[in-house]
Design a protein around this ligand. Sequence first.
Ligand code: FE2
Length: 121
Amino acid sequence: MFNHVALAASSKAEVDEWARRLRDNGVEVLGPVDHGIIYSIYFHDPNGIRLELTTTVDDSWTKHGKQALADVADWVAIKERAAAQGRDPTVALLELIRAKKAEMKARGIIGADELHGSHKN
Ligand SMILES: [Fe+2]
């Protein structure tokens, strides 16, 4: 779920066009998924590698460097704690994501409809 390569598209229209082209050629495509800050589709390349084709919807999403560093530190700590406890790191990461989304909702950063959204890949 968390292991994938993300490639940038120039627009939502380009993402939609790739979704159509891939499906027309028999490729299973998830999405498009509107994450609020990015708009993405997910599929596998012929080697089975999960790919994401995405475009930025909110230009401010790359301007949160300090928060990004804090989030990565939380991510690593949660994974290490889960491993030490014999827990599935993926489950622990999903719990972290849900907690962070709930925090963002409480702070008015995202709407209620985005609270239970997921990457779906
Ligand atoms: Fe991604």
